[in-house]
Design a protein around this ligand. Structure first.
Ligand code: TRP
Length: 334
């Protein structure tokens, strides 16, 4: 708890582009959470280097991601949006937690196995202990809730195990975090394969709408979206492509599926796809202009980065000092 608010922590990788699915399914719903939770959103650059990165690219993408979160509506005065590498407590706590994590536990992590297979030439120790760093992120802020996708549930589970183990030895040091289950956002599927979630790591760029796609690209991708041969705009299980497009249209316009069916009654897929594309363009337009404005205002973004790093560090140090004392490190004489 910070004051009378529960703490929410989330980390995001600056690798890959945010998609319309990330925005409609998660980010958009986070905007109002700051009223209820003390929110921390960390650009997890320490995690990023578990895979080889081009330094200039990493720096550019990390700043762009941070800017995009603000442009998409997260108020940086209310939400602590910061770089993980600016708060050294993440790495320090991760080391300590490494000593409370068993190799047997890490051996079970499915993401490690996947990534090791994908990057066989660079299976480094950081990739292996990645979940411990993630545990440190979460526990450092005494987070109560963590909004995570299915792929990260196993990491949240190990975080809870590590925290519990530590608490059993040293008393109540860490808050045991839970997965955030809030208002479920829209689940947006790939435009090329509606059985798959829209993903930033899709090999086919036509399957995903990226938040920074320009209007022409967006319209073109919707025109190419996979549909079916039924030739009518109907919200049904048998028409997963059309159903996905209706879902997207509904969140963008606030209409219900029934209203959309009526609106496009007797019209072809061409008209409908164009309408969905245009609806998405009008949702993303204000985000694009805000992003451009913010990108130009270097001093403002710098001031946010500085202020939020200081805020994060304040809470991180509180936990870290307590942990250091518990495990037996001597107090610094100042
Ligand atoms: N591993 C997460 C991902 O790839 C990112 C992450 C790092 C994270 N630290 C976190 C997510 C802490 C939630 C909480 O998506």
């Amino acid at each position: 708890m910070i004051g009378d608010k529960k703490v929410l922590f989330s980390g995001m990788q600056a690798t890959g582009n945010l998609t319309l699915g990330n925005y409609l399914g998660a980010l958009k719903n986070w905007i109002d959470l700051a009223d209820e939770y003390e929110c921390f959103y960390s650009v997890v650059d320490l995690h990023s280097i578990t895979i080889r990165q081009d330094p200039a690219e990493l720096r550019r993408r990390a700043r762009s991601l941070l800017t995009l979160y603000i442009a998409a509506g997260l108020d940086p005065e209310k939400n602590c949006i910061y770089y993980q590498s600016h708060v050294s407590g993440h790495a320090e706590l991760a080391w300590i937690l490494n000593c409370f994590t068993y190799m047997g536990e890490l051996n079970r992590m499915t993401q490690f196995k996947d990534k090791a297979a994908k990057h066989a030439d660079n299976i480094n120790a950081g990739l292996y202990t990645y979940p411990v760093l993630m545990a440190a992120d979460i526990l450092l802020y005494q987070a109560d809730v963590v909004p995570v996708g299915k792929d990260q549930l196993q990491h949240l589970e190990i975080t809870r195990d590590i925290a519990q183990r530590f608490n059993n030895i040293y008393g109540d040091v860490f808050t045991i975090p839970e997965a955030y289950v809030g208002k479920v956002g829209a689940k947006i599927m790939s435009l090329q394969d509606p059985s798959k979630k829209m993903s930033k790591s899709d090999e086919n760029p036509n399957g995903s709408i990226y938040l920074m796609d320009d209007p022409d690209t967006i319209i073109r991708k919707f025109k190419r979206a996979v549909t079916d041969s039924e030739a009518c705009v109907r919200y049904s299980e048998e028409q997963p492509g059309i159903r996905n497009l209706i879902d997207i249209y509904c969140v963008c316009t606030g209409k219900t599926p029934a209203e959309v069916e009526k609106e496009f009654d007797g019209k072809g897929y061409g008209d409908f796809k164009l309408a969905v594309g245009e609806a998405v363009v009008s949702v993303l337009k204000p985000i694009h202009s805000r992003f451009d404005e913010l990108t130009k205002d270097k001093a403002y973004i710098d001031s946010i980065i500085k202020k939020n790093a200081e805020k994060a560090e304040y809470y991180a140090l509180k936990t870290l000092r307590k942990v250091q004392k518990k495990v037996g490190f001597p107090e610094r004489i100042r």
